[in-house]
Unconditional design. Structure first.
Length: 290
């Protein structure tokens, strides 16, 4: 078993420490994992040392938030040289943009009457930029204690565990009351810089509702250096798996497997739940390193 898309508590929406993740991987007898936190490589070098001690191959990576034709695209960079200056610059650029977005989101929520401050959002996420679902989590926790009438409807129903995502769609998606302009880096610009980092660029969950990746998209991305496509993921239905399997073969992209495990924010994705994929994917990615 492998899992090339796992989040640690170095992401603002992750729960498990690198130590806990490597421990779970060993217990599950996984051959290789990749901690791919949102816009940070803060899990390294700790995760690499832990992996060597546990006998689990840990492949350094990051999940960069980028934009392509007005859609948010997430780019995984397995085998990234996490110490490289180009990586530091990318992380710095993304962090600055995401902090600005988060501040604007909080301001809009305040104008809508929600009880939230920038200080408590920072306290929850520092030193990493707060994601939209992180902000939603703060609001939901407070609503459970204070019975906030604006959030009461999110506290009911069988899908209570998906509440942060329901809130995100209702308030932060384009055209919604607390949406803000996207300031992500262009995925094309990032792809141009990736060869300097030693990484093999893989497009994460192409079938996700906010990406909706088409053949035309892949034509452009492949020409700019894309090497892999995350085919097996918690985001995809069986039909989407088949669709992107076919596309990966058609475009000569390495199909990869990643659960997008986070912890309590995604309790429907238990650690080690992804059963598709194998170590051959790691070997194929390694062959395509610059």
């Amino acid at each position: 078993m492998i899992d090339l898309h796992i989040h640690s508590n170095k992401s603002s929406d992750g729960d498990f420490t690198p130590f806990h993740i490597v421990k779970l991987a060993k217990e599950k007898k996984m051959k290789a994992i990749s901690i791919s936190d949102h816009d940070t490589v803060a899990a390294y070098p700790e995760a690499l040392h832990l992996g060597r001690e546990a006998g689990v191959e840990v492949i350094p990576s990051i999940e960069l938030t980028t934009i392509f034709e007005d859609r948010e695209f997430h780019l995984l960079l397995p085998f990234v040289d996490w110490k490289d200056k180009v990586v530091s610059h990318l992380v710095s650029e993304v962090t600055k943009r995401r902090m600005q977005e988060a501040q604007e989101r909080v301001k809009k929520l305040q104008e809508l009457g929600f009880d939230i401050t920038w200080e408590e959002v920072l306290a929850e996420s520092e030193p990493f930029p707060p994601l939209g679902v992180t902000i939603a989590q703060i609001l939901i926790r407070k609503a459970e204690k204070d019975d906030d009438s604006l959030l009461r409807r999110y506290l009911k129903g069988e899908n209570r565990f998906l509440t942060p995502y329901h809130f995100y769609k209702d308030y932060f998606m384009e055209g919604k009351p607390a949406s803000v302009p996207r300031r992500n880096l262009s995925i094309l610009d990032v792809l141009d810089r990736v060869p300097q980092t030693g990484a093999v660029p893989v497009l994460a969950h192409p079938g996700a509702y906010f990406q909706r990746v088409s053949k035309d998209d892949l034509i452009v991305l492949k020409e700019r250096g894309l090497k892999g496509l995350e085919v097996y993921t918690s985001y995809h239905s069986p039909d989407q798996e088949k669709l992107y399997e076919k596309m990966s073969e058609e475009f000569g992209l390495v199909p990869t497997a990643g659960s997008d495990f986070h912890g309590t924010i995604k309790p429907h994705i238990p650690f080690g739940s992804l059963k598709r994929g194998g170590y051959w994917m790691v070997e194929e990615l390694r062959k395509r390193r610059p």
